[in-house]
Unconditional design. Structure first.
Length: 397
């Protein structure tokens, strides 16, 4: 029955096609808007163009994914051929060289504060800095492991850049809005004076555009211990709980077709790679002098997303194929813990860095160095887990 509709690939192709159709006008609008901003000298023209390049690049990747999924829809035998990721040891040196050179050139361009130079260079440099680490992490983590049918490989990659981020963003916004609403109602009833004060500050923020003025208005709240704890709880607990559940969405959907937990690990890495590319490219849309620091930090978050999703992929397939549900629970707990510690450290470092601006200069010297060192240690640990997992799975699969 070669003409029978293959529903998984058909639905995946529809998802990818709709995503591509959505990204094309968005990319065009952002690109045109960036050009207008550059000519008029308003807004962040470079940041807008970085985002246009980001969406455009993701769109090109989705077209590639759609091509391979279409082969399965058309019942081509090549669609079921095992995919081999093109990775060699020389890619390691090449990736480091490209990223280092890209950061150096981009940082120099942003420090010169030349609007045209930043607009011209930073968009392509952002891609050259963000993509190689993702390629490198996946290559090292998947080396020597079976990747499965190529149509499924590209389906999972595409889902990681489209449906998975959409679900996560919607859920995170819903939880955040619900939390703000409940908090506002509680404060309005129990502390009406504070509610009126917060409303006044919110009204002022709605018309303020200067960053320093915004920080001065928010300073009393940014230094409030209770609010810091609430904010960190959301960032370090709620966000990881949502993201680590839905990031490997493609692995969940194809779990029964994935052959081994080792393959689940690799496809989990792939899911994380898709999400990391989508998030990192868009989060780097900043044409200011902070560009270099932002794109450098995104390498760490790519390692986080991919390693955690790889662990989850291994746990999901262990549960689906071997009925080892304890592995799934343990994998989810480990992924959430790693993600939570990373987010808490990163958010804490960000808040501490604002210490001088919000009247707490001691934070900058007391907490920031420790938190930054903590992030570095965690990154080294995640890389060690990635390599150790690959070696272990190669010997057991």
């Amino acid at each position: 029955m070669q003409n029978k509709t293959h529903y998984p690939s058909t639905f995946t192709l529809i998802l990818l096609a709709l995503s591509i159709l959505f990204l094309v006008p968005i990319t065009a609008i952002l690109g045109i808007g960036s050009l207008i901003s550059l000519i008029r000298g308003t807004a962040d023209a470079a940041g807008q163009m970085i985002m246009a390049f980001a969406f455009g690049f993701v769109g090109l990747l989705l077209i590639l994914c759609a091509w391979f999924v279409l082969e399965k829809v058309r019942h081509k035998e090549s669609a079921d051929a095992s995919f081999t990721f093109p990775f060699s040891s020389w890619h390691i040196a090449a990736a480091f060289g490209i990223v280092t050179l890209g950061i150096a050139i981009g940082t120099a361009a942003s420090l010169l504060e030349n609007a045209f130079l930043s607009w011209f260079l930073l968009p392509i440099l952002t891609i050259l800095v963000i993509v190689p680490p993702v390629w490198l992490i996946f290559g090292l983590g998947s080396h020597g492991l079976e990747l499965g049918a190529r149509w499924r490989f590209f389906s999972i990659f595409g889902i990681g850049m489209t449906l998975a981020p959409l679900i996560m963003i919607v859920l995170e916004i819903v939880v955040l809005v619900l939390g703000i609403f409940i908090g506002a109602v509680y404060i309005g009833i129990s502390q009406p004076d504070m509610f009126a004060e917060i409303k006044t500050v919110a009204d002022q923020l709605s018309v303020v555009t200067d960053e320093q003025v915004m920080i001065s208005l928010l300073a009393p709240y940014l230094a409030n211990t209770s609010l810091i704890i609430i904010g960190l709880s959301y960032i370090a607990l709620i966000v990881p709980l949502i993201e680590e559940l839905f990031k490997p969405l493609g692995v969940w959907l194809f779990g029964f077709q994935i052959e081994t937990p080792a393959q689940g690990f690799v496809l989990g890495l792939l899911s994380g790679a898709g999400f990391a590319l989508f998030e990192s490219l868009n989060a780097s849309a900043d044409g200011s002098m902070s560009w270099g620091a932002i794109v450098t930090a995104r390498a760490g978050t790519s390692l986080l997303h991919m390693t955690a999703s790889g662990i989850m992929g291994w746990g999901i397939v262990s549960a689906f194929k071997e009925k080892k549900y304890g592995r799934l629970f343990g994998a989810y707990l480990a992924a959430v813990l790693i993600h939570g510690v990373w987010n808490a450290s990163a958010a804490g470092a960000g808040i501490s860095a604002l210490g001088e601006s919000i009247g707490r200069p001691e934070w900058l010297f007391t907490f920031t160095p420790a938190l930054v060192c903590g992030l570095l240690v965690l990154a080294i640990g995640m890389f060690a887990v990635l390599i150790a997992s690959n070696r272990k799975l190669r010997t057991t699969s």
